[in-house]
Design a protein around this ligand. Structure first.
Ligand code: ADP
Length: 267
């Protein structure tokens, strides 16, 4: 902006002071937003450091136990090594998730979009999940019209990652005998894909926060299940990378539906 432009000599004093007030307000708003982002970042680092410490402490304790042993008989050693293996896997997953999230949010990911026939893609995906024995005690359903002629320009690996996160959550937060449905439909030039479960659901008070980084509703709800609170923020960052949106409707005790929406390419 040139000095002349900045001074705007054709404006009256009143107009200038009005502009000054507006600029000042905008500056205050930007400052407030920066402070909120900084606070969210601090909270995330504090949560992540806390979550990283838990498996590290378990590994340290296991090493102490192992080094205190006089006799390395396999019955004593094996459970300790097994625990260490589990904790190392948790650590690895957390580190990968954090790296992935930061890369996605800063556009460092290498993305290879291609035009994919959505009907075929979702069918393939559904059958691959059905073949996974982890879902043996859940009822899986595919809710797709027989003729679903839509295509999306998207990186198929990243779309798979999005669905994997939603499916894994549907499994984690449901129990034996519950249902998980993968569905899709098109409305008003928008493609909607959803993953619905009849699991434990989410209380209204938590719903606005679940897409925030490292937000965990309550780890006591699912004892023994690894929870980092990063899955849904990664999913959201990925969906937004392809100009999509994600939302959730849920009823506590009845289940949840996660819906992603992508605009159809203009023909
Ligand atoms: P994580 O599962 O590792 O805790 P996510 O970011 O994937 O992290 O999910 C955030 C929170 O949202 C979870 O702690 C969980 O309580 C809740 N949540 C996510 N998906 C579901 C679901 N399908 N049913 C019930 N609660 C869910």
């Amino acid at each position: 902006m040139s000095k002349k432009e900045f001074l705007k000599p054709d404006l009256s004093i009143e107009q200038l002071s009005e502009e000054l007030v507006i600029t000042n307000l905008k500056l205050q708003q930007a400052n407030q937003q920066l402070q909120q982002e900084q606070q969210a970042r601090n909270e995330m680092f504090s949560n992540i450091s806390h979550d990283l410490r838990t498996p590290v402490t378990a590994i340290k304790n296991s090493i102490a136990l192992l080094s205190a042993l006089d006799d390395y008989d396999s019955n004593t050693v094996q459970p300790i090594v097994h625990l260490m293996e589990q904790r190392v896997n948790t650590l690895e997953k957390m580190i990968n998730d954090i790296f992935f999230l930061v890369s996605a949010e800063n556009n460092f990911l290498s993305i290879h979009p291609e035009e994919i026939p959505l009907g075929f893609f979702l069918e393939d995906y559904f059958f691959s999940q059905e073949a996974d024995c982890k879902y043996d005690d859940r009822h899986l359903h595919l809710a797709l019209e027989e003729y679903f002629p839509y295509t999306l320009t998207i990186d198929p690996h990243q779309l798979q990652r999005i669905l994997d996160n939603l499916f894994t959550n549907a499994w984690k937060y449901s129990k034996s005998g519950d249902s998980i449905t993968l569905g899709a439909f098109c409305k008003d030039d928008t493609i909607f894909i959803y993953v619905e479960d009849t699991g434990i659901g989410i209380a209204d008070a938590h719903l606005p926060n679940i897409f925030k980084r490292s937000y965990v509703v309550d780890s006591a709800r699912t004892p023994g299940v690894s929870s980092t609170g990063l899955g849904l923020s990664i999913t959201k960052a990925l969906v937004e990378l392809f100009d999509g949106t994600i939302s959730c409707t849920s009823t506590l005790g009845l289940g949840s539906r996660f819906t992603i929406a992508f605009p159809l390419p203009q023909s």
